[in-house]
Design a protein around this ligand. Structure first.
Ligand SMILES: C[S@@+](CC[C@H](N)C(=O)[O-])C[C@H]1O[C@@H](n2cnc3c(N)ncnc32)[C@H](O)[C@@H]1O
Length: 254
């Protein structure tokens, strides 16, 4: 039987790798690296560094393959993600069939935590359901960007006894309507916090959290929204990509 490990590698700092993740890494004979183009190469550079630094128990093989891209124009977001995952499923099937021998163990090094806004386990489940390949897989949790962000700002995610919600940027308005006190926003390409500057909210924003390029800004949303947008635009232009997350908090109520 082939085995696959989905190893959460944390949000960008090499020390985010957990002891469990290091042990899992050392079981892998093949490491799959999905290539998302030159702008995202630093993310795979970190993956290679993690292997060099921590995968010391056995020889291993890096297998790189181009990652399918999401269509961005002329298609609804959820449809585009569905097509993307279908393309990824094909690519993963081919990789697992051709690059991993029977009895071998392969690993995907998943950014942050594999169970937060990541479709790798969904894709592996779909392959198994299709019956076209047989393998077993395990998920090793990682430090998500949400945890890394809260730690760097030294801010509890929740107000005492209150819920926390996590939303993609495009659902921000609906999420706030749910009257939660603490809202974590990921995948916001459009500075959607700008629509909320009149509300009584604190923002804790971070880009490239955990990496040498980390940028943190916090304060009353109305006071720092312009600064965040300016810094964010500059950083994205300079590097060609950005990964940022923010926590919005209302004042604690009694
Ligand atoms: C596809 S999701 C993957 C999330 C990942 N599985 C996790 O646990 O953090 C990508 C989003 O995660 C967030 N993200 C990932 N790494 C980050 C980092 N180092 N700093 C800030 N945000 C990050 C951003 O919101 C980015 O748009």
């Amino acid at each position: 039987m082939k085995t696959l490990l989905l190893i959460g590698i944390g949000a960008g700092h090499p020390d985010h790798l957990t002891v469990q993740a290091i042990k899992a890494l050392n079981r892998a004979e093949v490491i799959f690296l999905m290539d998302k183009g030159p702008a995202k190469e630093p993310l795979n550079r970190l993956r290679r560094e993690l292997c060099e630094r921590y995968l010391t128990d056995r020889p291993y093989r890096l297998v790189e393959a181009p990652s399918p891209e999401r269509q961005r124009a002329g298609i609804a977001y959820l449809d585009a993600v569905e097509h993307l995952n279908a393309d990824k499923q094909q690519r993963f099937e081919q990789l697992i069939a051709e690059a991993l021998d029977e009895g071998q163990c392969g690993a995907f090094l998943v950014w942050g935590d594999p169970c937060l806004y990541d479709s790798t386990s969904r894709i592996l489940d779909a392959i198994l359901r299709s019956g076209r390949l047989l393998f077993e897989y395990e998920v090793i949790p990682g430090i998500s960007s949400v945890q890394a962000l809260a730690a760097r700002h030294k801010v509890p995610l929740n107000n005492i006894g209150q819920p926390v919600m996590i939303t993609p940027g495009r659902r921000l308005t609906q999420a706030l309507a749910a009257q939660v006190d603490s809202l974590v926003v990921m995948l916001d390409a459009d500075n959607r916090y700008q629509a909320l500057v009149d509300q009584d909210l604190e923002i804790y924003w971070g880009a490239y959290v955990g990496t040498p390029d980390e940028i943190l800004v916090s304060g009353r949303l109305g006071d720092v929204a312009e600064e965040i947008e300016r810094v964010r635009t500059q950083a994205r232009e300079a590097k060609g990509w950005i990964m940022d997350t923010y926590l919005l908090k209302r004042p604690a109520r009694r």
